[in-house]
Design a binder for this molecule. Structure first.
Ligand code: TXA
Ligand code: MG
Length: 319
C-alpha cells in the first residue's frame, strides 16, 4: 500500500507506511515498525547510535539489553560476527527463519556500541518475512529490531497492535498477522559450545539434528535474556555522581561542566546522545590506566538505563 506520507516531514504521525517509506525512515535515522515472521519489530539503523538509543527511549526500556542485528543473509552476517563451523551449518539449515545466533563480534564491525551493550558478542538473525527482507535488501544494511511494544507489554503480532502501542510516535508497515507469533529461538555459539538462550519455534531437536549433539545450558560468557548478569565493565575503577574529578581521575562529563572533562557524553545534556556515546566513551577511557569519575546523569527517561549500566560498571568486580 502506497500512502501519501512524506517520509521527511511526517515523522511524528502515526500511520501505516509502505516498505519504501520504511527504508527512507531508516536512512534518515528514524524508527519504523515492521513485520517479521515472529513478531513486529521496532527497527533502527544498527550503525546509528542515536537511532538505536531512540529504540530504548520509545520502548521505555529501563535497561540496555543487547539487540538482535537483522541481516539479509550469511554474507552480510559475516561483516559483523565471527561465523565458523557450527554457526555456518545452523545458518545454512535455518536461515532465513526464526533462529538467532549469538557469536563473537568481529573487530571493527560497523555497528553502534549500544547494539551489543558493549559486549563482545553479537546476536544475528535473518528474518524470513518477505516484507522484512524487501526492506533489508533496499536499505542495504542491517537493522536492529526488538519487539515493537512498550517495555513490559506483550509482543505485537499485528500492525494494529503496534499502532495502539505507539500512537503518534512510530510509522508502521502493515504485513498482516505474523505467521509464527513467538520470538525467534536464540542460540549461543562460543568455542564450539552451543547453548539455548531463548526457546522458540526452532526446537532443540531441530538444532540437534544439524549439530549432532545436544544443546548446553547458557554459559557465563553467553547468557540468556533476563539472566544476563554479565555486562560490559571497565577494568579501571569508576566513581559515579562526581561533580568534579579528584587527583588522578579522568572525568566523563554530561552537560556543562565546571572542570573540563576528558570526554563529555553530551555537552548539550541530551540523554539520547549520551546513551549513544556511553559504551564507546567508557571503552575509550578504559584504554589507559587510572580511575574514572562520571558526572551525575538525571535519573529520568533514557537516564534510567544509563544509570543502570553505570551502577553495574562501578560495582565491585568478582575476584
Ligand atoms: O523474533 C525476534 O527475535 C524479534 C523480532 C522482531 O525479530 N526480536 C526480538 O528482539 O525478540 P528482543 O530485543 O526483544 O530480544 C532480543 C534478546 C534480548 O533479550 C537479549 O538479551 C538477547 O536477545 N541478546 C541479544 N544480543 C545478545 C548477546 N550478545 N548475548 C546474549 N543475549 C543477547
Ligand atoms: Mg521483547
Amino acid at each position: 500500500m502506497k500512502t501519501r506520507l512524506n517520509p521527511v516531514s511526517a515523522f511524528s504521525m502515526s500511520a501505516l507506511c509502505s516498505p519504501d517509506d520504511a527504508v527512507a525512515y531508516l536512512k534518515a535515522g528514524k524508527l519504523v515498525a515492521l513485520p517479521t515472521e515472529t513478531v513486529y519489530g521496532l527497527a533502527a539503523d544498527a550503525a546509528d547510535g542515536g537511532a538505536v538509543a531512540a529504540i530504548y527511549e520509545t520502548k521505555g526500556r529501563p535497561r540496555f539489553n543487547p539487540l538482535i542485528l537483522h541481516v539479509l543473509d550469511v554474507h552480510q552476517a559475516q561483516q559483523y560476527g565471527q561465523i565458523e563451523g557450527l554457526a555456518q551449518a545452523l545458518m545454512d539449515a535455518f536461515w532465513p527463519g526464526p533462529l538467532t545466533l549469538v557469536v563473537p563480534l568481529r573487530d571493527n564491525a560497523p555497528v553502534a556500541s549500544l547494539v551489543t551493550a558493549g559486549l563482545e558478542t553479537i546476536a544475528l538473525r535473518s528474518p524470513a518475512h518477505p516484507t522484512a527482507r524487501q526492506i533489508l535488501a533496499a536499505f542495504g544494511h542491517p537493522f536492529v529490531a526488538p519487539s515493537a511494544n512498550r517495555s513490559g507489554r506483550i509482543s505485537p503480532t499485528e500492525a494494529t497492535h503496534v499502532l495502539a502501542e505507539f500512537r503518534d510516535q512510530v510509522p508502521v508497515v502493515d504485513g498482516g498477522p505474523c505467521p509464527l507469533g513467538v520470538e525467534s529461538t536464540i542460540v549461543g555459539l562460543l568455542e564450539d559450545k552451543v547453548s539455548l538462550l531463548r526457546p522458540g519455534s526452532v526446537t532443540p531437536e531441530d538444532i540437534k539434528g544439524v549439530i549432532g549433539k545436544p544443546l548446553l545450558p547458557p554459559t557465563e560468557k553467553i547468557q540468556a535474556p533476563g539472566m544476563m548478569t554479565s555486562h560490559y565493565a571497565p577494568s579501571n575503577p569508576l566513581r559515579l555522581n562526581a561533580a568534579a574529578p579528584e587527583a588522578e581521575e579522568r572525568l566523563l562529563g554530561f552537560g556543562k561542566m565546571t572542570s573540563p572533562p576528558a570526554l563529555n557524553l553530551s555537552e548539550g545534556a541530551d540523554l539520547k546522545e549520551a546513551a549513544a556515546n556511553l559504551f564507546t566513551y567508557l571503552r575509550r577511557l578504559d584504554e589507559s590506566p587510572g580511575p574514572i569519575a562520571v558526572a551525575p546523569i538525571p535519573d529520568k527517561g533514557l537516564g534510567i538505563a544509563i544509570n543502570d549500566r553505570l551502577r553495574r560498571a562501578a560495582a565491585p568486580k568478582p575476584s
